[in-house]
Design a protein around this ligand. Structure first.
Ligand SMILES: Cc1cc2nc3c(=O)[nH]c(=O)nc-3n(C[C@H](O)[C@H](O)[C@H](O)COP(=O)(O)O)c2cc1C
Length: 250
């Protein structure tokens, strides 16, 4: 039987009806401990780093987002700093469990799978209030998920999410989202293909030091040789992403 689903306020989307009870303090404490135990297990088993998923409307992101976190206790509040406490406590517990020298990454996004236009930070100041406490709590690297990495995060600057995260916190960042492809990944689930595109724009950001690493999803799913082809300048051999590549996952 399906157990109770963990959720800050029992809401699956902004303005929705509760589908379950909010997590209790004891459930929150258990969940924080479970993240720490899992991180320690990953280190013991030989993984080089761990990445916490705090993006896309999953549990940690549900705490960040005012649409799914309407708590009035110490795990919620009107500011992103208050709603970030769950993530910060997880990071502190994870850091304590893995020690000071083990890389801890957190994946973050403004957008939610429930609402693509949702935003946690409308201004750089809000973004700093979101990210700095996470860096202070033990995050070494921010993995900044966008559906299209080239979209600027705030008006008046070309910097994307990873660019702003690095500028505001000084931490290394990862950019991701439609690198080397014309269309974004959610359309791919509906069967849409994507044409290969130049990656000069993503390389430009790396060279300018706006971010430090690049995540690639579908292009690699379609073509395991993608990185080799890019490195060797064999751009005429890059393949279009086709729906059939999703089938290679099973
Ligand atoms: C087949 C497939 C499955 C994915 N599954 C998840 C998932 O379970 N959770 C998640 O947060 N993102 C998921 N993603 C999103 C990827 O992590 C990544 O952010 C996205 O594909 C953007 O990179 P791309 O444009 O290079 O493909 C998935 C993407 C694809 C193509």
């Amino acid at each position: 039987m399906l157990g109770k689903v963990d959720s800050p306020s029992g809401l699956s989307k902004a303005g929705g009806n509760p589908f379950t009870e909010p997590m209790t303090d004891a459930e929150i404490a258990d969940t924080i401990q479970a993240f720490a135990t899992a991180a320690a297990d990953a280190k013991r088993l030989g993984f080089d780093a761990i990445e916490l998923h705090g993006a896309h409307g999953y549990l940690i992101d549900q705490f960040f987002w005012s649409g799914t976190n309407v708590r009035s206790d110490a795990w919620g509040g009107p500011t992103i700093g208050e709603r970030g406490r769950f993530a910060a406590e997880i990071l502190k517990a994870v850091r304590a469990a893995v020690g000071p020298d083990y890389p801890v990454i957190i994946r973050l996004s403004q957008w939610k799978q429930q609402e693509y236009t949702a935003r946690l930070a409308e201004t750089p100041k809000e973004m700093e209030a979101w990210l700095q406490p996470l860096a202070d709590a033990g995050a070494d690297i921010f993995h900044c998920s966008q559906r299209r990495f080239w979209e600027p995060e705030f008006e008046g600057s070309d910097l994307n999410f990873a660019g702003w995260a690095k500028k505001l916190t000084g931490a290394p960042t990862i950019t991701v989202g439609s690198v080397g492809l014309s269309g974004e990944f959610i359309a791919a689930f509906g069967g849409e293909g994507s044409q290969p595109t130049s990656i000069d724009n993503v390389i430009g950001g790396l060279e300018r030091g706006e971010y430090d690493m690049v995540g690639v999803g579908r292009a690699l799913l379609q073509d395991p040789e993608w990185v080799t082809k890019i490195r060797e300048g064999r751009s005429n051999e890059l393949k279009a992403f086709e729906r059939a590549a999703l089938g290679t996952l099973y």
